[in-house]
Write a protein that binds this ligand. Structure first.
Ligand SMILES: Cc1cc2nc3c(=O)[nH]c(=O)nc-3n(C[C@H](O)[C@H](O)[C@H](O)COP(=O)(O)OP(=O)(O)OC[C@H]3O[C@@H](n4cnc5c(N)ncnc54)[C@H](O)[C@@H]3O)c2cc1C
Length: 306
């Protein structure tokens, strides 16, 4: 219930305007977001790269203006150049959202998003790294997978995301478990109807394990994106000697991130940066009721903001 309310708030312009005006909100946001600019992204990337890998996400989604989509491409080109210049490209890739690259534009949205993402893939290849395409709500799954297939013709190492809460995902994992296929498996962060998604936590976890088995038996490169301790253990057991990586979000369970890295596991941290933090931040609140309490306490000034 709370999760559904928060996820609809993540798309509310009114809630967004309120949150963006409150200075205390920004202080709480800093737990999950590296900062507003490219320098912040590079600084955090450098810190993490000592023991972990990184995926940088320039925040933004649901773009309805072509110029904004072009500005997003420019932002990715800039950060990719910086990764290359600073010798970080071997430790960091980028994650992109197709809705930030024009998919929702009223005319030719998918075509524009494909061409924009292609430009980012080319910049990533020139810098010596690659791109993973994030997955958004279920109405966009087919379009995302079609665009990723098209990108892979020229950039075969382009990765994407499959969400275990969707009933279709076990079959998608089988389709995408071919040689070289980079698949990030996550639970899923949107509020999806029971017609297409498992709604109970236990069902989502069971689906995650089934999907993991398909990916680990396949010929691709599984990217296990979860903070769930049980799933982290199961992935380690299923993998045996298979090459794979764990992924977690910036600011969430950093102790576990460091422990896995110290054990010699590949551990990648998804690091968002930029000014368009609102929907991303509200989805993080929705994942854990304690985050909402922390946020409300900070708003009420009941404890110092970290
Ligand atoms: C690298 C990465 C990329 C992702 N990309 C996508 C994507 O493209 N599309 C998409 O739909 N979703 C994406 N997600 C989000 C994902 O779908 C889940 O919403 C999110 O990871 C929480 O699920 P969980 O597997 O960690 O399990 P949960 O059961 O939600 O969490 C397990 C435990 O982790 C901790 N935890 C989890 N979330 C939080 C939080 N927000 N704050 C504090 N503690 C927390 C808690 O201790 C919790 O008990 C991504 C997640 C990761 C890690």
């Amino acid at each position: 219930m709370l999760r559904s309310v928060l996820i609809s708030a993540s798309r509310s312009a009114r809630c967004r305007a309120l949150a963006e005006r409150a200075p205390v909100v920004r202080a709480v946001v800093n737990r999950f977001v590296a900062g507003a600019g490219v320098d912040d992204a590079i600084r955090v990337c450098r810190e993490l790269a000592a023991d972990r890998l990184v995926s940088l996400d320039h925040l933004g989604e649901d773009t309805l203006e072509r110029e904004q989509a072009t500005a997003t491409v420019d932002a990715y080109r800039t950060v990719l150049r910086r990764l290359d210049d600073e010798g970080l490209a071997a430790r960091a890739e980028v994650s992109v959202k197709l809705s930030a690259l024009g998919r929702a534009l009223p005319v030719d949205g998918e075509k524009i998003a494909l061409e924009n993402t292609r430009l980012i893939c080319a910049a990533a290849a020139a810098a010596g790294t690659r791109v993973t395409v994030d997955m958004e709500d279920h109405t966009t799954t087919d379009s995302t997978l079609a665009i990723v297939r098209a990108l892979r013709v020229d950039f075969p190492d382009t990765g994407t995301v499959l969400q275990a809460y969707l009933k279709r995902t076990e079959a998608d994992c089988a389709d995408f478990a071919g040689p070289g296929s980079r698949i990030r498996l996550c639970k899923g962060a949107y509020d999806e109807p029971a017609s297409v998604a498992f709604r109970k936590k236990s069902e989502v976890a069971a689906s995650y394990v089934r999907c993991l088995k398909v990916l680990m038996r396949g010929k691709g490169y599984p990217m296990v994106a979860t903070h769930d301790p049980r799933l982290i253990d199961i992935a380690g057991e299923l993998a045996g000697r298979i090459d794979f990586e764990y992924q977690m979000l910036y600011g969430i369970r950093p102790d576990v991130q460091q422990r896995l890295a110290a054990q010699g596991r590949k551990m990648r941290v998804y690091v968002p940066y930029g000014t368009e933090w609102y929907p991303y931040f509200v989805r993080r609140l929705a994942e854990r009721p304690a985050n909402v309490a922390f946020f409300l306490r900070a708003l009420a000034g009941a404890q110092p903001v970290r």
